[in-house]
Ligand binder design. Structure first.
Ligand code: PMP
Length: 416
């Protein structure tokens, strides 16, 4: 296995050292093969909003598996999950299940190009939309960590129609929309950016995108793979009041199993095969085991008080982190949107990829290892968001803040 891992960021290349090998997860905790226990803020990079091995998810998955894992035919659980998503996100009038976020974004852009008959699309620096060839341009996340501006093996012909703008930069949007009018099929955006660390949309940024898309008849695509059921029970659309034409979903809707989806306006989605000519397919798409995990997860989230609990714990945590950094004299930018949070070792607010890259990576490394040694597992890169689950309780938060107080002191001392 290249780097000993199945996905690059897991290899600790950005922070040094070797990753623990995880044997099992219990609620908010990871347990490695040597028996060490860590409070987990990675949560498989987002999906596990109920924590590890939640009884409802385990029960639903085992019950589904006993009845057969995949049929290559319609099944009631996919119909039920589609219905629940549509009820929760009314702009998703029609949807198609796939097996990953990468498949969802790749397919949704194929559809947008087919629907508009236009070749180009716009993405933002530091937004990651999976690893399809034409999307691997200034892509943040693992790519940012490895310092690859792009990837070898992606021919230039494939990315000539990919345009890139700085996140949160309205002036750049106006220039690009004006210059390439008539050529742009879609804009794809992380409505809350979570792949360059956590970067919130500036006030009015998403609204401006919507109105430019309307003006130039460009489709607006929200990549809610990370933010869907994460930043708000109904996703970023409900939080910011901006409605896209199409969305990509993943992570939480699969409850820890491989699931993605894309959907949106029915007139556009009707162009997907077999209703329309835009081809897209998948052997295991919509399989009942994965659908059962997603359904169980969303049902638990919709229980009374669950979301409020997540918000309250999240607030307690980020406040505590900010206080601990201040007490140690370490400049830190902390932010949170729903159950996603992030921090940068930086004196300045972080609004885009350039700001994120200018943050102090050395301090992050020191902090990361101090936290890991104290039993707190953060993503091993300054360019990943952190996640909270409903399984994180008072004990876990207190342990985390205690560890952070010592870790920030270590950061301050290592600097001096
Ligand atoms: N879009 C976003 C916003 C993501 O965060 C990710 C994964 N981190 C993807 C797409 C790709 O999803 P996957 O890894 O499931 O292919």
């Amino acid at each position: 296995m290249p780097g000993g891992v199945s996905s690059p960021v897991r290899a600790f290349q950005a922070v040094g050292g070797d990753p623990p090998v995880i044997e099992r997860g219990e609620g908010a905790w990871l347990i490695d093969v040597d028996g060490n226990r860590y409070v987990d803020y990675v949560l498989s990079y987002g999906p596990l909003i109920l924590g590890h091995a939640h009884p409802s998810v385990v029960g639903a998955v085992s019950a589904a598996a006993r009845r057969g894992t995949s049929f290559g035919a319609p099944n009631p659980l996919e119909i039920e999950l589609a219905r629940v998503i549509r009820e929760t996100m009314p702009h998703v009038e029609k949807l198609r299940f796939v097996n990953s976020g990468t498949e969802a974004t790749m397919s949704v852009l194929r559809l947008a190009r087919a629907f508009t008959g236009r070749p180009r699309f716009l993405k933002f620096q530091g937004n990651y939309h999976g690893h399809a060839d034409h999307l691997l341009v200034q892509a943040g996340s693992g790519v940012a960590t490895l310092g690859l501006p792009d990837s070898p093996g992606v021919p230039q012909q494939v990315t000539v129609n990919t345009m890139v703008a700085p996140y949160n930069d309205k002036a750049a949007l106006h220039r690009i929309f004006g210059e390439f009018r008539g050529d742009i099929a879609a804009v794809i955006v992380e409505p809350v950016a979570g792949n360059m660390g956590l970067v919130e949309p500036a006030a009015g940024f998403l609204q401006e995108l919507r109105s430019l898309c309307d003006k130039y008849k460009v489709l607006l695509v929200f990549d809610e793979v990370m933010t869907g059921f994460r930043v708000h029970p109904r996703g970023a659309v409900a939080l910011y009041g901006v409605v896209p034409d199409l969305v990509a979903l993943g992570k939480v809707i699969g409850g820890g199993l491989p699931v993605g989806a894309y959907g949106g306006r029915a007139d556009i989605m009707s162009r997907v095969a077999p209703e329309g000519p835009v081809y897209q397919a998948g052997t295991l798409s919509g399989n009942p085991v994965a659908m059962a995990a997603g359904l169980a997860t969303i049902f638990e989230l919709q229980e009374a008080g669950v979301w409020e609990g997540l918000e309250a714990r999240g607030e307690q945590l980020v406040r505590g982190l900010a206080e601990a950094a201040r007490a140690a004299g370490v400049p830190l930018q902390v932010s949170r949107v729903g159950s996603m949070f992030g921090f940068f070792f930086s004196e300045q607010p972080v609004r885009d990829y350039r700001d994120a890259k200018a943050s102090n990576v050395e301090q992050f490394r020191t902090f990361f290892h101090a936290m890991l040694n104290a039993g707190v597992y953060l993503a091993p890169s300054p360019f990943e968001a952190a996640f909270l689950s409903t399984a994180h309780g008072e004990e876990e938060i207190q342990l985390t803040l205690e560890a952070a107080r010592r870790a920030f002191v270590e950061v301050a001392e290592s600097d001096g």
